[in-house]
Design a protein around this ligand. Structure first.
Ligand SMILES: O=C(O)CCC(=O)C(=O)O
Length: 243
């Protein structure tokens, strides 16, 4: 198993982290959600969507399906890897290929979409942790990221690419880009705040669990419907992540 270092670099890669038994427990639930999402979001998908979210509040999943997802999300295997104090569960996402495979990907920081000023983004990334745990069900071309940018603001080139300035495009290559290819059974932990992009292809399907700091400024984005409200919290091992 190869581990990176989230604290210093903003990502950790765990090769062959899951076994088939663990994956096959959640995979049918993920596929059930995805098929139903595709049916309900045909137009959104045809216009370029590359992800869906909020699996744990979905009407297409049963209480039992959600219990299995919550057990996975709060398992020791996951929670012991979160390198921050008192982590909280924020949400889930699925990443898939765009309908049009010529669609370009885009470098970004998730924080740029939260509506806070750039001055506040610069300040927030110095301490804030919003962490994706990416679980690919298929071999995928991977995630490309710029190490250390979970704490460091953009270089001029990175800033111009990310913001389409000076004739640059968000899909242009970046010098410090570090591509992490992923296989089924791997896990990639990475900061949502760092500069990153997904590489489309191979009909990818990745389940991302997002954890974050116990910080009201982040938790205001948490939709309570995604928490195990219909289930007894005491049934889960690390139930405090849902608190
Ligand atoms: O996989 C992708 O397309 C992008 C991933 C991403 O932006 C994210 O997980 O925040």
């Amino acid at each position: 198993m190869k581990t990176g270092n989230y604290i210093n670099y903003g990502f950790s890669y765990f090769q062959d982290f899951f076994n088939e038994e663990e994956l096959s427990l959640i995979e049918p639930i993920i596929i059930k959600f995805h098929n139903s999402w595709l049916k309900e979001n045909q137009e959104f998908y045809s216009k370029g969507a590359i992800n869906s979210h909020s699996l744990t509040s979905s009407k297409s999943l049963s209480k039992q399906d959600k219990k299995i997802l919550f057990e996975f999300i709060s398992s020791n295997k996951m929670v012991n890897l979160i390198e921050i104090d008192n982590p909280k569960f924020l949400n889930t996402q699925l990443f898939f290929d765009p309908n049009n495979l010529n669609q370009k990907n885009y470098w970004h920081r998730d924080i740029q979409y939260t509506g806070i000023s750039e001055k506040d983004q610069k300040e927030a990334i110095k301490t804030q942790n919003v962490i994706h745990f990416r679980i690919p069900f298929k071999k995928e071309l991977g995630i490309e990221l710029i190490p250390e940018t979970h704490r460091k603001w953009d270089s001029t080139e990175e800033y111009q690419v990310r913001n389409s300035l000076n004739n640059k495009k968000p899909s242009d290559s970046l010098k410090k880009g570090n591509l992490i290819k992923l296989e089924r059974t791997d896990l990639l932990v990475f900061s949502a705040n760092m500069i990153h992009r997904g590489i489309y292809g191979n009909n990818r399907l990745s389940f991302d669990i997002i954890y974050c700091d116990n910080d009201p400024k982040i938790l205001k984005f948490r939709d309570k419907k995604n928490l195990p409200i219909e289930l007894e919290l005491k049934e889960f091992k690390n139930a405090e992540i849902f608190g």
